[in-house]
Design a protein around this ligand. Structure first.
Ligand code: FAD
Length: 316
């Protein structure tokens, strides 16, 4: 099907808000990446479901993004529909200390609204960029706290196949099979299920104590002299050092070699951050991460795996 025909099908299902050739750099915190053929932003759960059903019927690849803070789109962009999830309802189930949130809610907003009701458990994430959906997908962890401490269950939509339409499914947190910085959804081949809502189990605590921890947490996310022109996607790697290796020193040895490719550089005070100084391409970011990965592997002193995801078409 040609592009115009696909656009018509998407517009029939989703309305005229479907856009064409949208730069993904505008929707990611690292600010790199080419265009998505089609782009659709929605704050409605049912539109997420309609979007993936329509993509399936018309054989259009799709993916959903939230805050774009854990991904790198290739310079070639994405050949299909990128769905920008900005669903944002939050409901408190006060007697049970639970909160039901749409997956497109920003994590920091959920922390703030929970804290204002004296609900504790999320404050370690205060200041983290991105959405609850992205954090649950990514098995997010901060300061020795892991997302499975607070997630009770998840409602997701399983992608349609030739025999079944898209199906709603409620799963417990165990279904996510969180292990070693990954999750069942991270490992799932495209097309992937989409997280629609998340039920969080919190607990009552004094508000001033929660607020204090929030203040402490917020300092952690941008402590690295990063400014508005230093775009980032946070930590790029999980590095598991051999027992006697100080990973910071190992990385600093590499950084002293002044690792940079164009405007893609390794952050000065935080060597597992790759930063875009302003005009880096996705390819330069990718080459730099490959260089670091190879150097760590060649050292034979640590294991290294990607933390951010590389989306779109990448040259082999
Ligand atoms: C400065 C900085 C500091 C950071 N520090 C940390 C940290 O301390 N700990 C940490 O864990 N992370 C950290 N991150 C990474 C980032 O914040 C997390 O990965 C975040 O949880 C991603 O959420 P997002 O909404 O931005 O997801 P996106 O980047 O938009 O997407 C990430 C992945 O999740 C998938 N996804 C998103 N929403 C959904 C959904 N509703 N259903 C199914 N799949 C979905 C996307 O398809 C994609 O594969 C940091 C990032 C930055 C920029």
């Amino acid at each position: 099907m040609d592009h115009d025909a696909v656009k018509r099908k998407l517009e029939d299902a989703l309305g005229e808000e479907v856009r064409q050739s949208v730069p993904m750099r505008d929707y990611t915190t690292l600010r790199v990446g080419g265009v998505a053929d089609f782009f659709y932003e929605t704050n409605q759960i049912d539109k997420l479901i309609i979007a993936i059903d329509c993509c399936h019927k018309n054989k259009v690849p799709y993916l959903v993004i939230g805050g774009g803070s854990g991904i790198v789109f290739s310079d070639a962009g994405f050949p299909g529909l990128v769905i920008h999830n900005i669903t944002s309802r939050i409901s408190f189930l006060t007697e049970k200390n639970q909160v039901m949130v749409d997956s497109g809610c920003t994590f920091s907003r959920v922390v703030t609204e929970s804290a204002s009701r004296s609900l504790s458990g999320l404050e370690w994430w205060y200041g983290i960029p991105g959405t609850i959906g992205g954090a649950v997908y990514n098995n997010s962890s901060v300061s020795n706290h892991n997302i499975d401490e607070v997630v009770k269950n998840i409602t997701l939509i399983l992608p349609p196949d030739d025999e079944h339409p898209a199906q709603l499914k409620q799963v417990s947190v165990d279904w996510m099979n969180y292990h070693e910085h990954t999750s069942k959804l991270r490992e799932w081949q495209q097309p992937k299920p989409i997280i629609l809502t998340v039920l969080l189990q919190l607990r009552q605590q004094r508000r001033d104590e929660i607020m204090e921890r929030m203040q402490e947490s917020s300092k952690k996310f941008y402590p690295y002299n990063l400014t508005d022109i230093h775009h980032s996607a946070g930590s790029f790697f999980h590095i598991a050092p051999e027992e006697d290796v100080n990973i910071a020193n190992l990385l600093k040895d590499l950084i002293n070699k002044k690792l940079n490719i164009g405007d893609a550089i390794v952050a000065k005070d935080h060597p597992d951050f790759i930063v875009n100084l302003g005009n880096a391409s996705a390819s330069e970011i990718f080459q730099l991460k490959e260089l670091i990965t190879k150097a760590i592997k060649d050292s034979g002193r640590a294991k290294i795996v990607d933390k951010v995801e590389y989306l779109g078409i990448w040259a082999k």
